[in-house]
Design a protein around this ligand. Structure first.
Ligand SMILES: C[S@@+](CC[C@H](N)C(=O)[O-])C[C@H]1O[C@@H](n2cnc3c(N)ncnc32)[C@H](O)[C@@H]1O
Length: 249
């Protein structure tokens, strides 16, 4: 097993936690591996961090062997209520995103919905794409949830820490008021989250494809080709792009 992250601190933490893995420092879209090297590739909440998701995905596909599998996750947009909490506090304080923070160029962006994410993988030439939504409640405390942005973690943290102490205090005050909407027992904060998980194959054999689609239907997902999938199927020959509706719909 090989693990990669672009951040030295993540590599330093992962290496002792997974001594059997070859943990490397590397950044998408350039991985230090030969083409077709891996049976399976997993990218957990990474494609939502990179500047060029299409190039990153092409690189993940390159290192997956023909017949191999890929699974990737991102956050859904619009964000679930719990994930929007900090952004609402920032907005309520009248803070706008500082211009120096990088944003994705419109041509690099994509719809962060089941269909949009599935289409992105299909456009990258992956086959038998299935995308599902996952929803859950993240349980934390108001103090713990605030500690991330207060320390500058993630984009929201950079927005918060680039403000003056007075403005930061104002954001925090709005945050504390909004926390009431998510209050659970014993001072807990219960934050609904939503993510998208897509999995796909690289040039899967028809038998593998049938097995995967059968497994998806057994798991209770209603699977149907999407309009974009048909368009992509025409473009990529054997490639079909699928999305699926969860049982709750
Ligand atoms: C939300 S964390 C997920 C970490 C890990 N994959 C997990 O599931 O716990 C996002 C990670 O993506 C890494 N990252 C950001 N840009 C990257 C890039 N271009 N190439 C590789 N990793 C990147 C960050 O350093 C960060 O550790």
């Amino acid at each position: 097993m090989t693990a990669v992250d672009a951040e030295p601190g993540m590599v330093a933490r992962a290496a002792p936690a997974a001594p059997e893995a070859d943990v490397r420092l590397a950044a998408l879209p350039h991985l230090p591996f030969a083409a077709d090297e891996f049976d399976a590739v997993v990218g957990n909440f990474v494609l939502n961090h990179v500047g060029r998701p299409r190039e990153a995905l092409a690189e993940l596909r390159r290192v997956t062997r023909p017949g191999g599998r890929m699974a990737v996750t991102i956050w859904a947009v619009p964000a679930a209520a719990g994930q929007a909490l900090l952004g609402r506090a920032v907005q309520a304080a009248g803070v706008v995103r500082p211009a120096h923070l990088p944003t994705l160029a419109p041509e690099d962006d994509f719809l962060r919905t089941e269909q949009g994410f599935a289409a992105l993988l299909g456009e990258a030439g992956l086959t038998d794409v299935v995308c599902d939504s996952m929803t859950w409640d993240h349980r934390t405390t108001p103090e713990e949830w605030w500690s991330g942005p207060a320390a500058g973690v993630a984009t929201i943290g950079q927005v918060v820490t680039s403000q003056t102490p007075v403005v930061i205090a104002e954001i925090k005050s709005h945050y504390e008021s909004l926390c009431a909407e998510f209050a659970g027992p014993d001072g807990e904060l219960i934050l609904p989250h939503a993510a998208l998980m897509a999995w796909a194959g690289r040039d899967c054999a028809p038998s593998t494809r049938r097995r995967l689609m059968w497994r998806a239907s057994r798991a209770g997902r209603y699977t149907k080709p999407v309009a974009d999938g048909d368009r992509l199927a025409a473009r990529y020959g054997s490639a079909r792009c699928y999305t699926s509706a969860t049982r709750s719909r």
